[in-house]
Write a protein that binds this ligand. Structure first.
Ligand code: DX5
Ligand code: ZN
Length: 241
């Protein structure tokens, strides 16, 4: 158990965790960027693995994740946006990652894929596109360690929040409470300084910071992470904590 002084600054912020989206980082100086982020006090690194089929993009690949594994002690948070989930689960499990989210929309055998992830002692999550109802979680909720709510349509950085997803985060929190499970909700897409208070207020616990926060051009990594902490505090006030 880390001692208080060694805990990340987020311990102050009610354990709301910050997960920078690596596809938004400076990919030509990635090792340096990640070291900067680590110094800024982030909690885990979010890797978007896309196959250019489930979504029409492919910003990073397996070799990049493998090479970065030895460069940082940060937890790796893998977001699979692929058709062949089982192939990529095996591939990243071999690299050494701490959590994997698979899309309900691409998983033909979702229950089995989640059990394979569990078998590697890796935290398992389901990612839901903005339009996908929470009922997709019904028969797998006991296999989950977290839920990933997409607040934009997956595949690209720099998009605007889908407005209905704020209500969806709140509904997801209520749904999980009703199921009697206290799982973290990860939110991904336009997690901006403006949107963070609203997202945290309705139940977001893990914030995927991309182009509109961690990597916002107007500030340094450290300044942006500090602004995120301020935004989290605002959200926690609204949450009543
Ligand atoms: C999009 C990815 C996100 C994306 C976030 O499919 O899952 O992680 O990089 O980028 P922003 O924060 O710019 O929306
Ligand atoms: Zn993502």
């Amino acid at each position: 158990m880390p001692t208080p002084e060694s805990q990340s600054p987020n311990a102050i912020n009610n354990n709301i965790r910050i997960a920078p989206s690596v596809m938004c980082a400076d990919l030509c100086n990635l090792e340096k960027d990640i070291q900067l982020l680590e110094k800024s006090g982030i909690d885990l690194l979010h890797f978007d693995l896309m196959d250019a089929h489930f979504v029409p993009n492919m910003p990073i690949g397996l070799a990049l994740i493998e090479q970065l594994r030895d460069k940082t002690d940060c937890e790796f948070d893998i977001h699979l946006m692929v058709d062949n989930n089982d192939f990529f689960v095996e591939a990243v499990a071999k690299i050494g990652v701490q959590q994997i989210a698979v899309h309900a929309e691409s998983a033909i055998h979702l229950d089995r894929t989640l059990s394979v992830i569990e078998g590697y002692d890796i935290k398992a999550g389901v990612a839901l596109n903005p339009a996908t109802p929470l009922s997709a979680l019904t028969y797998v909720v006991d296999r989950l360690d977290f839920v990933l709510i997409m607040t934009v349509n997956p595949g690209f950085a720099g998009q605007k929040l889908v407005p209905a997803t704020l209500q969806k985060i709140s509904d997801c929190r209520a749904y999980l409470d009703k199921q009697g499970v206290n799982l973290p909700i990860e939110v991904d897409g336009n997690v901006s300084f403006e949107n963070i208070p609203k997202m945290v207020a309705v139940g977001a616990d893990i914030l995927v910071g991309g182009s509109s926060s961690v990597f916002q051009k107007s500030g340094s990594r450290t300044e942006n992470v500090q602004r995120i902490h301020q935004a989290i505090s605002l959200g926690l006030e609204d949450r009543g904590v």
